[in-house]
Design a protein around this ligand. Structure first.
Ligand code: NAP
Length: 285
């Protein structure tokens, strides 16, 4: 079976071209106001630092700016909340990204929920999750929203399909499940306490691996012709699914790297441009 490659790199690139034009238009209509994404990095995790740098680079590629806030490892919840509140009040900032995960002493949920809903371009607030789940206007969590954009771009049918999401984290598995449900898929959410995971995955027309363990999902668990989405990324350029073996069984799959990862960053800047347009009255939605 020749599988369709759900190429996130190429969709992200073409979207960046369109976003550059929207940033130019915004500048021309607002006395050179530029969309600005504030990124907050707490602590010394090297992977998080890399992700924040990549997000800043993506902003610059489309003519946006990023304001980088870096806080020490021992930052408290109260200090981080105060920093987010400053960014909420700053009229020049259109979007706020708090890089996950934060150090263990910080209450991440409290900090996420401090982000102003209008600036929640990474879709991490409880309010945003609730609105998105109810099908109301809200920025979706960037990774699952990026996956949805990739599936939509490739016209992958979702309505009536059985989607199995392996993972239920607040930023990935749960919002993914709600987005697929809103697209009329029949959704099963699996997690570490799921009994007989393999037989559930075997029923999936669409499988989303969001489990955080390298090549955890095996090729022979996957139904012939299923659509395979791998959100994982681990050293050695592998994901949460044994893709090398699984892609031959699939009708379409996201490569690792080059599938979900570029769409996550792209969705973040896409949603920031949207937030800036809305703030300056240039958005139709
Ligand atoms: P997470 O918070 O660690 O969540 C992992 C989920 O997997 C949990 O819900 C957990 O269940 C479930 N799980 C663990 N062991 C399991 C098992 N044996 N069987 C079934 N489910 C099991 O991870 P995350 O933040 O959602 O990330 C998931 C993956 O996506 C990681 O590989 C991460 O690197 C990747 N990711 C990629 C991007 C991107 O931009 N490409 C962004 C975010 C995350 P419980 O809830 O029961 O513990």
């Amino acid at each position: 079976m020749t599988a369709l490659i759900l190429d996130g790199t190429s969709l992200a690139q073409s979207t960046e071209e369109a976003l550059s034009l929207r940033v130019e238009r915004l500048k021309s209509k607002t006395d050179q106001r530029t969309p600005i994404l504030a990124t907050i990095l707490v602590g010394n995790d090297p992977s998080s630092a890399t992700y924040v740098r990549m997000k800043g680079n993506a902003c610059r590629r489309v003519g946006m700016e990023s304001l980088q806030v870096t806080l020490p490892e021992q930052t408290t919840t109260e200090e981080l909340v105060a920093e987010i509140e400053k960014l909420n009040q700053n009229p020049d900032i259109h979007g706020i990204l708090l890089q996950h995960p934060v150090p263990a002493q910080i209450d991440e949920r409290v900090c996420f929920d401090t982000i102003d809903i209008e600036k929640d371009v990474d879709g991490v607030t409880s309010l945003g999750f609730g609105r998105m789940s109810l099908g109301e206007k809200a920025y979706g969590s960037a990774t699952p929203a990026g996956i949805m954009r990739l599936l939509e771009h490739h016209e992958i049918p979702l309505s009536g399909k059985h989607a199995v999401v392996v993972g239920r984290s607040p930023i990935l598995g749960k919002p993914m499940a709600m987005m697929l449900l809103n697209a009329n898929a029949t959704v099963t959410i699996c997690h570490s306490k799921t009994v007989d995971l393999i037989s559930l995955i075997q029923q999936a027309d669409i499988i989303v691996g969001a489990v955080g363990m390298p090549e955890f999902i095996k090729a022979d668990w996957i139904k012939l012709g299923a659509v395979v989405v791998d959100a994982g990324y681990h050293p050695g350029k592998i994901g949460d699914i044994d893709l090398e073996a699984a892609k031959g069984r699939s009708s379409a799959y996201t490569p690792v790297p080059g599938g979900v990862g570029p769409m996550t960053i792209n969705t973040l800047i896409y949603q920031t441009v949207d937030a800036a347009e809305r703030k300056h009255g240039l958005s139709k939605s």
